[in-house]
Design a protein around this ligand. Sequence first.
Ligand code: PLP
Length: 393
Amino acid sequence: MDFKPFQPPKRTLMGPGPSDVSERVLHAMARPTIGHLDPAFIGMMDEVKQLLQYAFQTKNELTLPISAPGSAGMESCFVNLVERGDKVIVCQNGVFGGRMKENVERIGGTAVMVEDDWGKPVDPNKLEQALKDHPDAKVVAFVHAETSTGAQSDAETLVKLAHKHDCLTIVDAVTSLGGTALKVDEWDIDAIYSGTQKCLSAPPGLSPVSFNERAAEAIRNRKTKVQSWFLDMNLVMGYWGAGAKRAYHHTAPINSLYALHESLLILKEEGLENSWARHQQNHLALKAGLEAMGLGFVVDEAHRLPQLNAVYIPDGVDDAAVRNKLLQDYNLEIGAGLGVLAGKVWRLGLMGHACSAENVSYCLNSLDEVLTGMGAPIQSGVAVDTANKVIAA
Ligand SMILES: *Cc1c(COP(=O)(O)O)cnc(C)c1O
């Protein structure tokens, strides 16, 4: 066998993640590896924490990146805040709420499900009813930005309800962080996790988390040890904590943290509100183009995530054939449907560095050409101009 260094093709990533990583972030990642207890590295860790506090809009001391992808951030919130026998209300309106249920059950807790149709936001009335029916519930968990459908739930309202009934809250913000308004302190979220590969546009593999004092106290007051050694926040804090001796816990993914640091710097330079506005602006342009083409959205505009646009596949069109052609001929990746929406929708991501006016045009033009070439029942040749008018306005 003749092995050669791997050269990935140059793609435009407009699916549900990972999103495009900028040259600037890639270069940061290529800087020399140093020791994970090197004072220079520890200085950078402190900056990562502060930059994450900015991104999350929180003063929480317990704010840091878990050394593993978003799924591990999810697991860290559940294993630290839930103990065997605890009752957790899990709101599900897509794929990721189902994973929350799995987490609760594997810990030995009971998940009370509050279900909404896929494509709808979590219904606060249903949550309130569940809280009344289960006064012994300890935690409420929900997904702020459901990447499987593109629906956004009203985190502030859901957290308020949970607190009214003395429950802690776990919020999935993997897709929302950096792309849409998220205010951890103002909304009083207790535990939150995100990921690096969506709107932060850093490589996959790290999961920023933040716990407020209420959550930290619950962790300190546990009756049992956290079942996961690796994700036990008490131990992780020995390495990441303020004034901690920086005791060895695990070897931090040094170069991935350089990349996260750089991507957070980029976010800070742009300004969080400006980033949210850019996502919304490009979403409006993409939406105008898709609708001009005749494609319909899964989610009502009022609850739609700008960074994740799920549209129905036109009748008679071969889902996989379109995505393959986009990848092969246009180097463009878009996402397939998940779960009950598999084969029925495409998910067009406008995340972080990939969220640009050029990408909106490129995506619409590519999709227009591919669908027209296949004789799909769409309005051809109007999408790009329609989107450009929105961008120019
Ligand atoms: C992507 C995603 C995750 C999982 O993140 P990974 O980095 O893939 O582990 C969890 N929740 C939501 C809402 C996501 O979009």
